[in-house]
Design a protein around this ligand. Sequence first.
Ligand SMILES: NC(=O)c1ccc[n+]([C@@H]2O[C@H](COP(=O)([O-])OP(=O)(O)OC[C@H]3O[C@@H](n4cnc5c(N)ncnc54)[C@H](O)[C@@H]3O)[C@@H](O)[C@H]2O)c1
Ligand SMILES: O=P(O)(O)OC[C@H](O)CO
Length: 340
Amino acid sequence: MKIAVIGAGGWGTALATVLGENNHQVSLWARSQAFAAELAATRHNPRYLPDAVLPDGVVCTADLDAAARGAAIVIIATPSHAVRAAAGALAEHLAAGAVVVSAAKGLEIGSLKRMSEVIVEEIPAAAARLVALSGPNHAEEVALRQPTATVAASASREAAEAVQDALMAPYFRVYTNPDIIGVELGGALKNIVALGAGIGDGLGFGDNAKAALMTRGLAEITRLGVAMGASPLTFAGLAGIGDLIVTCTSSHSRNRRAGLALAAGKTVGEIEGETGMVVEGIRSTLAAHQLAGRLGVEMPITAEIHRVLYQGADPREAVGRLMGRGRTHEVEEGAEIENW
Ligand SMILES: NC(=O)c1ccc[n+]([C@@H]2O[C@H](COP(=O)([O-])OP(=O)(O)OC[C@H]3O[C@@H](n4cnc5c(N)ncnc54)[C@H](O)[C@@H]3O)[C@@H](O)[C@H]2O)c1
Ligand SMILES: O=P(O)(O)OC[C@H](O)CO
C-alpha cells in the first residue's frame, strides 16, 4: 500500500520507519529539498531522530504531489501550527478515497479547533475518512523498536482499522476508538500538565506533587473534554492517562523539559529558540485557557500555567495559588455528593 507521511520531524520519521518496516511503499515529505535529499542519501535524520534508520522502501521527497499521489493513507505529522497549511496544500494531490490521519497534538490558535476539524475545513472530501492518531508515543523509543501502544480514532471504523492494519508491528500496537474528540483532546491537553510536571521537577518537588498534578490535571482535561463532546472513558485510556503519564515522567518529553526551563527562570522566547523542536503545550495552554473560559469549565492548573507562560508569573507563586485554593470535593458532581 502507498502511504504518505507529511512532515519529517521526529514523529513523521518514526512513523515512516514503522510503515517502511511493514513493507509499505512510503513517501516521507520534508518541506526543504536539501533536507529531503539528506534523508534520502543518509537514511538518517540526525536533527530530529538520530536513532532512526529509514528502511530502503521509504522515499524521501520535498515534492508534495509525488508524495501524496496515489497514497491510500496520508499522515499529517507536522506541528499543529503547520497542519492547516499542510492540509490546504495537500487537498489537490489526494487520491479519491484516501484516509487522512492527523498525528499532531495541538489546538489551533484563534479558531480553537482540533486538528481533525482544521483538516476537514481544508479537505472536505476527507471528512468521512479522517483518523486521529494519539497515545503515549515518544518517537525516540519507537525508533529503537521499544514496545509502544497507540490509538487510531475515527468516526469511521473502516478508516480507523485501515490505519491500525497499516501500522501494527511486533513492537507497535494500535487500538481503535470511535471517540476522535477525546483522543485528540487527550493528546493536546496533556502537554499543558507536562509543562507543570517539569516546573515541579525544576522546583525540586517530589513524587507526591507530581501524582497530585497528574491526577488533578486529568480531572480538568476530562471536564473540558466532556464539555466538548468527548467520552470521559477515553481519558482513562492510552490517549488520556497513558499519554499524560509518559509526557509528565519522561526525559524525552520536550514539554516537561520546557517546564524545567521555566522553573529555572527562562522565558518562553528563550525556550522556543533553544529547543529547535516543537513544544506544543505552549500554544495549547493559550487555546485551552480560552476554551475553558468560553465553555465555563474550571481549569485551575491550565490557568496557572497560562499565567506563567503569558503573564510572566513566578512558577513557585503559581504552585502556591493552586495549593491555596478554597477547599473542595474531589468529585464535583454525582449522586455520591448529593446524598453525602
Ligand atoms: N516527537 C514525538 O515523540 C511525537 C509523538 C507523537 C506525536 N507528536 C506530535 O507530532 C507533531 C510533530 O512533532 P515532531 O516531534 O515530529 O516535531 P519536530 O520538532 O521533531 O519536527 C517538526 C517538523 O515540522 C517541520 N515544520 C515546522 N514548521 C513547519 C511548517 N510551517 N510547515 C511544514 N513543516 C514544518 C520541521 O521542519 C520539522 O520537520 C507535534 O504535534 C507533536 O506533538 C510528536
Ligand atoms: O516530547 P513531547 O512532550 O512533545 O511529547 C511527545 C509525545 O506527545 C508523547 O506521547
